[in-house]
Design a protein around this ligand. Sequence first.
Ligand code: ZN
Length: 198
Amino acid sequence: MDFYSGQISKLIEEFSKLPGIGAKSAQRLAFHVINLPKDQVEELAGAIVNARNTVKYCKNCCTLTDNDLCPICSNENRNHRVIMVVENPRDLAAYEKTQKFDGVYHVLHGAISPMLGIGPGDIKLKELILRLQGDVDEVIIATNSSLEGETTAMYISKLIKPTGIKVSRIASGVPVGGDLEFIDEVTLLRALEGRTEL
Ligand code: ZN
């Protein structure tokens, strides 16, 4: 891309590193940004830097938040004795959109994948086990129905079983290999209601 100035090429290169952004989209975004009023560009850049600097893991459930505790963990009206385990914050958001789950969550930030070399120590499992020392009635495993999601669900259920806490898995209304975040709310609710004890 020598026909662009160095700064533009650099901007295109940075955009093309983002997920789902191909070469064409990166160019379009770069030229869009260059044509924006300066104050808007500063706002955009500032929002990116601020988000990166201030967003952290919730001390309790490990989802992303601005504070020590996320809004769900700090909400006294939620049932803190029922924990739904999900792979990432987007899955949490998918269940929150249904407005039918009043428990709390635990975000693993990934799933166990021997093929990709991701082991139990690479996801937020220790944090989950620590939480189980408190008053917990049920752990609902809502990892994706991919091979990694199933492997993770099995691993977690074996880990929890000896504690006597009820462990359940969301029903397979969720298509095999399906990412929770792309599934409609009705299917998500059916999967939750039809969960089976492991
Ligand atoms: Zn939280």
